[in-house]
Design a protein around this ligand. Structure first.
Ligand code: SAM
Length: 194
């Protein structure tokens, strides 16, 4: 990883910004390389770390990324400019649950509110090119998804875990998409149209 990216990663971690874990991000980068993905829609920019990392795979990659938190969006814009990626990464300040996008993408990366994965999947699946992929991160939610609910103290986390489990079932039973689950990073799914 180059020094600038490493600095962005370390600063984000110091500031408690929930960026994607290395293992998961490297998996995503390999998918982008292997499948020659060129157009990406990311739900959940944070400060732009994963978008910048994905953009550095190849100079012909274009990314649209959505963030609803103004401070993070502003920070992402600054970071994207610092990396001279303004022409290839388009950050949008919006709540993705309310935003309509017309464009089509080779990859849709869902990495926002973890309780809304199903909503994001249903909302943006029509923005996927026929051979495209929908990738979702944090399906293990730091090991909580596999735990018995009664072992999870926080009511909020229990609620989130229920929703992530429901999303996993939604993917497993989906008639339109087939999904592979990968035990990398915090748990990743890769979905494709059947
Ligand atoms: N992809 C980023 C990375 O790895 O560098 C990390 C994204 S972080 C896990 C999730 C982000 O999604 C947060 O910054 C949060 O504010 C944003 N978010 C949550 N719900 C959202 C929504 N409905 N619309 C847009 N952004 C949302």
């Amino acid at each position: 990883m180059n020094d600038k990216l490493l600095k962005l990663k370390n600063n984000s971690l110091d500031d408690d910004i929930p960026i994607m874990q290395d293992e998961g991000l490297n998996f995503l980068i390999e998918l982008i390389k292997n499948k020659k993905i060129k157009k990406i829609l990311e739900i959940g920019t944070a400060v732009g770390y994963s978008a910048i990392k994905m953009a550095t795979v190849s100079s012909d990659i274009q990314i649209t990324t959505i963030e609803r938190d103004k401070a993070r969006y502003d920070c992402a814009r600054k970071n994207i400019k610092d990396f001279n990626l303004n022409s290839r990464i388009n950050p949008i300040f919006a709540d993705a649950t309310e935003l309509t996008i017309d464009d089509k993408y080779d990859l849709i990366f869902i990495d926002a509110a973890k309780g809304k994965n199903t909503l994001f999947f249903e909302k943006f699946k029509n923005n996927l090119n026929p051979d495209g992929y929908i990738v979702t991160d944090n399906l293990k939610f730091h090991g909580c998804v596999e735990k018995p609910l009664e072992e999870i103290e926080s009511r909020n986390v229990r609620g989130l875990v229920r929703k992530i489990r429901n999303y996993i079932e939604f993917l497993k039973n989906n008639k339109e998409f087939e999904t592979e689950f990968f035990d990398v990073g915090d748990g990743i799914s890769v979905s494709r149209r059947k």
